[in-house]
Design a binder for this molecule. Structure first.
Ligand code: P1T
Length: 382
């Protein structure tokens, strides 16, 4: 499709149904598909292997990420797991240090049992990657912006290093969404999303998706998608496609409001540091401006300590205290014991996740109401 992003979000993979003309095609619930003769089918055999509604979702996201292939999964975590299953015993992976707690948990508590080893680093420069490179290194994994500290890594540079050393670069693009950046265009091999977040956008469906331009990687991953079977249901696939149609509108509002809130927080005396990619004070502001069309909807900030952070969070009314992010409603959470509770306290310190850290997922409500809610919570806390 040669259309602009907003048009593709609505139409890619979403053609009206051929038989009836239904603008919204029926959800294809069938688990199996009749064959005219053995092996003579219409492209679908069994719904784990391929399903028309899931296929529409896969085409839609692939189009938004400028990818040849898209593969749907039951959750972001099962997308992560399926990508890890592409590796072999003894392989080594270089990972950016700041990743979703569940991703770290899967690497550290599950994959290490199969003799895979992981090096975590906050420095993704070529010099440092060269230092970490081993003969058995097969993959580089990073989130950019990262969860929860919004670290921004240079996808172009890391991709060059990966290419030169025959490594697979995986970028978890959940925080940015395809509207803000397209890592495949910058040289990433695989891009994954927890579609539970911005893609779905309404906090009502758990899902994951992986896209790629590589025939070989797509084949390997499709084999694993079918063999391990962590696929989204037709209904979940349909809900995701429905949510994705408004992704551009939502990302604009999320980003606009998040920037205002980040600026507001920076002026607040109780806040020692604000993490937001498009704030001038961000460590990689220039890179973030070049790499990301907008700053995204997540803002993290440091309060003095755990007690103050917990009190502040319990005083918020409009921001619900809850895990997850990327929905139309604003959420707030405490990463050290919630989303990143599976990371040991010493490691959290090394990464820079302080005991006073709060993470906001800025929704699409009126930003003045959101700022008032934050101000009221501060007034009652400090
Ligand atoms: O929750 P699930 O759909 O399985 O996706 C896991 C995942 C993967 N990658 C990133 C960057 C994520 O943020 C997540 C899930 N994160 C949360 C639930 C959270 O509140 O941070």
């Amino acid at each position: 499709m040669n259309y602009e992003f907003e048009t593709r979000a609505v139409h890619a993979g979403q053609d009206p149904e051929k038989e009836t003309g239904a603008v919204i095609p029926a959800i294809s619930m069938s688990t199996t598909f009749r064959q005219d003769g053995v092996g003579n089918h219409k492209g679908y055999e069994y719904s784990r292997t391929g399903n028309p509604t899931r296929h529409r979702l896969e085409q839609q996201v692939a189009s938004l990420e400028n990818a040849k292939y898209g593969l749907g999964f039951a959750s972001g975590s099962s997308a992560t797991a399926s990508i890890q299953l592409m590796l072999n015993e003894g392989d080594h992976i270089i990972t950016a240090d700041d990743v979703y707690g569940g991703t770290y948990r899967f690497f550290d508590k599950v994959m290490r049992r199969f003799n895979l080893s992981y090096d975590y680093t906050g420095d993704m420069s070529k010099e440092n990657l060269q230092k970490l490179l081993k003969p058995n290194t097969r993959m580089i994994w990073m989130e950019t912006p990262s969860n929860p500290l919004l670290k921004v890594f240079d996808i172009n540079t890391v991709a060059e290093f990966a290419r030169d050393n025959n490594l697979i670069l995986v970028v978890d693009n959940t925080f940015a969404s395809p509207y803000i950046q397209n890592p495949l265009d910058l040289g990433a091999d695989l891009v994954m999303h927890s579609s539970t977040k911005y893609l779905g956008g309404h906090s009502d469906v758990v899902g994951g998706i992986v896209v790629t331009n590589s025939d070989k990687l797509a084949d390997e991953l499709r084999f694993l998608q079918n063999s391990a079977g962590a696929i989204p249901s037709p209904f979940d696939s349909w809900l995701l496609s429905r949510g994705i149609k408004t992704l551009p509108l939502r990302m604009q509002r999320h980003s606009e409001s998040a920037l205002k809130i980040a600026n507001y927080l920076e002026k607040n005396e109780s806040v020692s540091r604000v993490y937001y990619p498009h704030l001038e004070s961000h460590n990689d502001y220039q890179l973030a401006k070049e790499q990301m069309r907008l700053g995204g909807g997540i803002v993290s900030f440091d309060l003095e300590n755990k007690e103050i952070a917990e009190k502040f969070l319990s005083e918020l009314k409009l921001f619900y205290l809850a895990e997850s992010l990327g929905g139309v409603e604003s959420l707030a959470e405490y990463p050290p014991t919630m989303t990143h509770g599976s990371i040991e306290p010493e490691r959290r310190k090394e990464i820079g996740i302080n005991d006073g850290l709060v993470r906001l997922s800025v929704g699409i409500e009126n930003v003045n109401d959101l700022i008032k809610d934050i101000q009221n919570a501060f007034d009652r806390t400090i």
